[in-house]
Structures are given as structure tokens and as C-alpha cells.
Design a protein around this ligand. Structure first.
Ligand SMILES: C[S@@+](CC[C@H](N)C(=O)[O-])C[C@H]1O[C@@H](n2cnc3c(N)ncnc32)[C@H](O)[C@@H]1O
Length: 211
């Protein structure tokens, strides 16, 4: 959605069906599909191998996030298009010169720090504005005080509250827990679009989700 708002025509690719995906969608393996015809490619490899939640035994299936990032970088490097690889801060050692984006930079009620390697175009690092986040939302299960931001992907907070905090109203809870706020992709998409316009490539983007 963020890439669309930045002016791209978006095609999504995922191994699994995405019934709520709002744009053209191809169910395919990102390592087998043709990536030649896109001006910009955004990849969000599964991050479960590097999230804080991995430390809770049995919470998520083991995933080789670092290996997935390296494999998709190799794949995207041969595509020749500018590209973005997104992941959680825990995967910082695998990403090259990433910028960090936070909900506080976009007036959102989530913190949701995510890092982005941006290749082939210039991008600026904005500053976190955590002090501006002064909401009152249900506390974490092991805490007494209410939170200033919304926890995403949990059953005990109404889905609408989580959707509003992310700026997304078309996803179910499980999908939301895997997503980033569209404001993040829009910020990066605008910088990528500036590059595309200057360099005269057609404004197509692919949002792929490789493992
Ligand atoms: C972090 S989620 C990204 C979700 C989505 N991009 C979003 O922002 O809402 C990672 C996704 O990668 C998909 N995936 C894993 N391996 C893949 C592969 N080889 N090709 C395509 N998609 C893959 C998973 O099915 C999962 O939906």
C-alpha cells in the first residue's frame, strides 16, 4: 500500500495465498519468479528467526532469517533494479547500511522498529519521536502500567485498535502481525520514485516476501 501511495503500480508475490491483498498478486516462490520487469523491488523475508519472540520456547517455528536475507540479496542484485530489504532490528548484522523506521516518525500509535537496506537510491534517516507517543493502551501481559503504543498481533487487544495504530484496515490479525505500517513503505517508495523518475524507468514495483 505504501508503494502504491508513492505512485507505483504494485504486484505482490508470496508462497501462500493472500486473500486480503489489495493489488495484483502472484502466488509463487520469489526465487523462481521472473523479476526482470520491475522498476523497484521490496522484499520482506520472514523475520521470526531474529525477533524477541524467538526467545519464548515454542512460540514460533525456527526460521533462518539471516540466510534468507543473504539469499534474496544475491537474487535481487542480479535483477539490476533498485531494491529494498526489510527486517527486524535483530537482523541488523545481515543488512547493509540500513535505516530504521518507527511509528513515531509518522504519527502512529505503534513503535514497531524495522530496518531497511535500500540499494540503488538515496534515502534519509529520520529521527524517532517517542515523546510524541502518549496514548493509553492495554499493558503487556507481564506489566502493570498501560502502554503508550499498541502491541500488534495479540488476541487480547481488539483488531480494530491494532489496525488503526498500523494504518491498515484490510488485514486479519495474523496478516497484521507480519506487516509493516504502509507509512514506512510510502516513505521509502517516495525516495525510490524520485530515483525512478530521474532515471526514466517505468513506475512498476514488486513487493515480494521471500524465505
Ligand atoms: C514478513 S512476511 C511479509 C508479509 C508482507 N510482505 C506484509 O508486509 O504484509 C514474510 C512472508 O514471506 C513469505 N515467503 C516465505 N518464503 C517465500 C518464498 N520463497 N517466496 C515467496 N514468499 C515467501 C511468507 O509466506 C510470508 O508471508
Amino acid at each position: 500500500m505504501g508503494l502504491h501511495r508513492a505512485g507505483f503500480e504494485v504486484v505482490g508475490i508470496d508462497l501462500h495465498p493472500q486473500p486480503h491483498y489489495p493489488f495484483e498478486f502472484i502466488q509463487a516462490d520469489a526465487f523462481e519468479v521472473n523479476l526482470d520487469d520491475y522498476a523497484v523491488i521490496h522484499a520482506s523475508p520472514p523475520c521470526q528467526g531474529e525477533t524477541a519472540y524467538q526467545r519464548r520456547p515454542g512460540h514460533v517455528a525456527p526460521v533462518d532469517t539471516i540466510g534468507a536475507i543473504e539469499r534474496i540479496r544475491d537474487r535481487l542484485s542480479v535483477s539490476g533494479s533498485p531494491f529494498i530489504i526489510e527486517n527486524v532490528p535483530g537482523a541488523r548484522r545481515a543488512l547493509r547500511n540500513p535505516i530504521l523506521l518507527c511509528g513515531s516518525m509518522f504519527g502512529l500509535d505503534v513503535r514497531r522498529h524495522r530496518i531497511f537496506e535500500c540499494r540503488g537510491f538515496e534515502i534519509k534517516q529520520p529521527k524517532c519521536q517517542h515523546d510524541l507517543q502518549q496514548g493509553s493502551f492495554p499493558q503487556a501481559t507481564n506489566r502493570k502500567n498501560r502502554r503508550k503504543t499498541v502491541e500488534v498481533g495479540v488476541w487480547r487487544i481488539p483488531l480494530e485498535v491494532q489496525q488503526k495504530a498500523m494504518g491498515i484496515d484490510w488485514m486479519a490479525l495474523e496478516e497484521l502481525s507480519q506487516a509493516i505500517p504502509p507509512a514506512y513503505a510510502e516513505y521509502i517508495g517516495r525516495a525510490a520514485m524520485k530515483h525512478v523518475r530521474l532515471n526514466g524507468t517505468s513506475p512498476w514495483a514488486s513487493s515480494i516476501t521471500p524465505g
